[in-house]
Structure formats: structure tokens, C-alpha cells
Ligand binder design. Structure first.
Ligand code: ADE
Ligand code: ZN
Length: 331
């Protein structure tokens, strides 16, 4: 099964590129930039990754990204991830990035965009990997700041495949970001949002009704609201589910308790994703394998999930067709 899951052409729709920063690269970038880390070794970093909830993770996630300062750093971060993902059979990556977290440290948008753009072109050329870019707003910061970033991103609007909404969910409902998502809609930029990870099912409804999103990131708490589940099914809304993330952030206790089988049984359109692979113990392949181990899913189910990801990805019709063909021929 492991070999089959590796061969499966996988599209990853929910990845935070800053969350792909492995401790080894964190140390080498810290050294390159003369930044002191509060850890003595790579092992010590990994030991610190013992999270109790989303906030306990976010604290280390924002601290970790302090080593990213130059365009080269963002390029190296993304290429490091693209190479690892490619070796796991990932053929398409949609990366969220958090401009506000960088602006707050004095790292301007052009620096981030230059590094990520260079890496995206290289991934296409050297790995045959397609990529997409999702500019995420930090929901625990003021909506006015998100709007400012939206406008500052004007030179890059054409390069954005979508805008997203992430960071601490509880107490920061989608309603807070109506204006900025309306601005994105006016500009013709598609929208996605994290909802129903730690937050209530009502936030999933708000994301659909007020932000007009085309996908929900996580969304696992929808099961608490049967009418919402029926709506998600009827409207064919795709959930980008991140099983290992949910275990590590204690959304669920163990993989065996993960609601993926119920979500699938309910007829929802699902994809499997890694979220923040450097922090949660594995990339796409590890997430697929964890599902096989916990639920004993057949090849057909994995093919269905991989197919849904290709269907709902931000990619050209030509690329989509090529990947569907590749999926149909997987040995
Ligand atoms: N930012 C990075 N990873 C995240 C997650 N799992 N939820 C919310 N915000 C995030
Ligand atoms: Zn996420």
C-alpha cells in the first residue's frame, strides 16, 4: 500500500509554506542571518513540538519563521518543501503564506513574493510540479490590517490564485473579514477560509454565506450540525482535511477517533493535506498512510480523494486533464 500511495498523483490544497520549515533549515537560516534561536539543537526543537491546542502551535510557528528574512530564505524554504513533496508523489502544491506575520517583523511583501515566485518557477522546471499561491489573512489581527495588506498586494493580485483566512480561530469569526473578502471578490480573486477546525460549525456557515468561499479548510466540526452537513453535501463544498494536524493540535485524541470516515460516509467531497508538515510529524504521504492504518481504506477510496483534490485545485484545465489521466493510469 505504501508504494501505491506514493505513486498516486497527489495534489495538496492545504499547506502553510511557513509550516514546512524543518528544524534543520531553521538552524541553517538562523546561522546565515545571525539570528539566535532559543534552542540548542534540532532535537530540542522537535521536543518542543508537543502541542495542547492551536494557539500553543501558533506560538512556535510564528517564532520559527523569524529566521526567514531575505528572498533567498523564502526560495530555499519553498524549494526544500517542493523537493520533499515531489519525492512523495505530490504533483501540485497550493501554498498559503502569511504576509502579516512577515510585515510585523519588517519583512516586506516584495521580498516574500520574489522568493516564492522563483521557487515556483523552479518547481515547474525541475520537478514538473505545478503550484498555486494563497495569500492568507491572520484572523486574530484587525480586519483593517488585512485590508491594508490586500491593497499593498496590488502589484501581485495577478499572481494570487486565492486569498485565505488562518491563525487563531476561536473568537475570530469569518464575519470580521466581510469587507476584505468582498474586495477580493470584486478583484476576481477566489476565496478559501479555515473554519470548523477549533471553531464552531457556525463559522463554516459564515465562511460560505459571508465570505463566499469555494473551499473550507479543515471543516471537521461540521459533523456537530447535521443540517450543515447536508448543505455541504448538496452544494458539493470541498473540505481540505488535515488528519495528522488534527491529532497533533488535539482537535481529536487519536487517528482512530478522526471523523474522516463519517465525513466520507456523509457523502462530502474531501481531500487529504498536511497543513504544517514540519510541525505535525509528516507530509502528504504520512497523512495518506495514517488514514490507511487507522481506517483500512481501499485503493479506491484513496483514488477518490486524490481525484477530488485534482477537481478542486487552482490549475489550468489542461493540467487538470493531464493529472486526471495520470490518476486513471496509476499502477
Ligand atoms: N496557520 C498555520 N497552520 C494553521 C492551522 N492549522 N490553523 C490555523 N492557522 C494556521
Ligand atoms: Zn491550515
Amino acid at each position: 500500500m505504501r508504494d501505491f500511495l506514493r505513486r498516486l498523483p497527489k495534489a495538496e490544497l492545504h499547506l502553510h509554506i511557513e509550516g514546512s520549515l524543518e528544524p534543520e533549515l531553521m538552524f541553517s537560516l538562523a546561522e546565515r542571518n545571525g539570528i539566535a534561536l532559543p534552542y540548542a539543537s534540532v532535537e530540542e526543537v522537535r521536543q518542543a513540538y508537543d502541542f495542547t491546542d492551536l494557539q500553543s502551535f501558533l506560538d512556535l510557528y510564528y517564532q520559527g519563521m523569524s529566521v526567514l528574512r531575505t528572498a533567498d530564505d523564502f526560495h530555499d524554504l519553498a524549494m526544500d518543501y517542493f523537493r520533499r513533496a515531489s519525492a512523495e508523489g505530490v504533483v501540485h502544491v497550493e501554498m498559503h503564506f502569511d504576509p502579516q506575520a512577515h510585515l510585523a517583523r519588517g519583512v516586506e511583501l516584495p521580498v516574500v513574493m520574489e522568493g516564492l515566485s522563483l521557487a515556483r518557477r523552479r518547481a515547474q522546471r525541475e520537478l514538473g510540479m505545478s503550484t498555486a499561491l494563497i495569500m492568507a489573512f491572520l484572523r486574530d489581527r484587525p480586519a483593517e490590517e488585512a485590508m491594508e495588506v490586500m491593497e499593498r498586494a496590488a502589484p501581485y493580485w495577478e499572481m494570487l490564485d486565492a486569498v485565505g483566512l488562518d491563525s487563531a480561530e476561536q473568537g475570530n469569526p469569518p464575519a470580521k473579514f466581510v469587507e476584505v473578502f468582498e474586495r477580493a471578490r470584486e478583484l476576481g480573486i477566489p476565496r478559501v477560509a479555515h473554519a470548523g477546525e477549533e471553531g464552531p460549525p457556525a463559522y463554516i456557515r459564515e465562511a460560505l454565506d459571508l465570505l463566499d468561499v469555494c473551499r473550507i479548510d479543515h471543516g471537521v466540526r461540521c459533523l456537530e450540525d447535521p443540517a450543515l452537513v447536508a448543505r455541504l453535501r448538496d452544494e458539493g463544498v470541498v473540505l481540505t482535511v488535515c488528519p495528522l494536524s488534527n491529532v497533533r493540535l488535539r482537535v481529536v485524541d487519536r487517528m482512530a477517533d478522526h471523523p474522516l470516515p463519517q465525513l466520507l460516509e456523509a457523502g462530502l467531497r474531501l481531500t487529504l493535506n498536511s497543513d504544517d508538515p514540519a510541525y505535525f510529524g509528516g507530509g502528504m504521504l504520512a497523512n495518506f498512510e495514517a488514514c490507511h492504518e487507522a481506517f483500512g481504506w481501499s485503493r479506491e477510496i484513496f483514488i477518490q480523494l486524490a481525484g477530488t483534490a485534482i477537481e478542486s485545485a487552482f490549475m489550468s484545465d489542461e493540467r487538470r486533464l493531464a493529472l486526471h489521466r495520470e490518476l486513471a493510469r496509476v499502477p
